[in-house]
Design a protein around this ligand. Structure first.
Ligand SMILES: Cc1cc2nc3c(=O)[nH]c(=O)nc-3n(C[C@H](O)[C@H](O)[C@H](O)COP(=O)(O)O)c2cc1C
Length: 327
């Protein structure tokens, strides 16, 4: 996909500035709209996998690959509205230790399979927590949310939670190992298997530290990576980054969020290796009922972009890690 021309990029950053200035107002309007939708009686739904754009994300059936990003529905009040607005999945949060009890109460029980849109829950530590305390916060939230979430996201993209990502591999390894262990323990004790993902911002290039950190995610047994594109980043660079990350993480699901403003960008990100995308600013700026409009323009089965060479060829420095893993 060609890079955004300079004029297009300026228009995009202009829009982003507008959303940033007015986001409280826009978000309040959006929440009211989604709440209103949630009050309507549920329309009869086909099984999720019968929708024309149905796909799977981290082992979950979703009606389509367009999700609602975290930050809009902080506690799960808008799930029914998001489902009726046509989103394939919705991410609640970020939930923090402070907002945990209310979110757990609201989310109640996990959805029954095939009945409603999957709900992820995004968690982050308390503002200002120390490095060790951050891990405790993630684990505390994770354990309480396992019974009520269809998937969980450790949010390391937040300004409150970024410490340690990629630059501190020991901290990251400790967080990931303990989080996966807590998730697996829940599964062994008879709870369902809840997919676990990490949300990170990697822009504009994937550094060597970040490559190693992504490989740690894979080794630890995470199910997905939610990649935040930087504001104003040319679309071609975002897709290049997605391809590079997808090659690194292999079977793990890649979800793309950030700067998506039309259906063509959704298609491009899916072709670049994303299993799904999430919307935030576009929903505030263009209204919540985007999925229906955009899905009409999307081919139900996007073909991946051709990739030159095999993944290890593209990352010769990481070859040994990958080999060691499969051995
Ligand atoms: C006002 C605001 C609040 C947000 N709150 C959260 C949050 O609580 N948790 C989170 O993971 N992301 C949060 N995000 C990030 C969004 O989920 C999304 O990753 C980001 O805005 C990029 O997508 P966009 O370009 O479509 O806006 C927030 C973003 C904004 C602008």
């Amino acid at each position: 996909m060609p890079a955004l021309p300079e004029r297009g990029r300026r228009a995009w950053t202009g829009r982003a500035r507008f959303y940033a200035r007015n986001w409280r107002l826009l978000r309040a309007a959006l929440r009211l709209w989604l709440l209103g939708l949630g009050d309507l009686p549920e329309a009869p739904r086909h099984a999720l996998r019968e929708h024309p754009h149905a796909t799977r994300l981290m082992g979950l059936d979703i009606a389509n690959p367009i999700g609602l990003a975290a930050g809009i529905d902080r506690s799960g009040r808008l799930l029914r509205g998001a489902s009726r607005a046509g989103y394939g999945f919705s991410e609640v949060g970020s939930v923090t230790p402070q907002s945990l009890a209310a979110s757990v109460r609201r989310l109640g029980r996990r959805r029954s399979p095939g009945q409603a849109m999957p709900r992820g829950v995004n968690i982050r530590p308390a503002t200002g927590a120390s490095a060790e305390r951050m891990i405790d916060d993630y684990l505390h939230c994770l354990r309480r949310l396992l019974p009520v979430a269809d998937y969980l996201v450790l949010n390391l993209s937040s300004p409150f939670a970024r410490r340690g990502w990629a630059a501190d591999p020991v901290w990251l390894e400790s967080l990931l190992t303990r989080a996966v262990e807590a998730r697996d323990q829940y599964h062994r004790n008879g709870g369902g298997r809840v997919p676990l993902a990490i949300k990170v911002a990697l822009a504009p290039q994937v550094s060597r530290h970040q490559q190693q950190a992504l490989l740690s995610c894979r080794r630890a047994g995470l199910d997905g990576v939610l990649l935040v594109a930087a504001p104003g980043q040319p679309e071609a660079a975002v897709c290049q980054c997605l391809r590079q990350v997808k090659d690194l993480i292999g079977e793990m699901a890649l979800i793309s969020v950030g700067g998506i403003a039309d259906a063509a960008q959704v298609a491009g990100r899916l072709r670049a290796g994303a299993a799904a995308v999430q919307l935030f600013s576009a929903v505030l700026g263009q209204g919540p009922a985007l999925p229906g409009r955009w899905l009409e323009q999307l081919h139900p089965d996007p073909q991946p972009d051709p990739r030159p060479g095999s993944p290890p060829d593209q990352h010769p420095d990481l070859h040994t890690d990958l080999q060691g893993e499969t051995a």
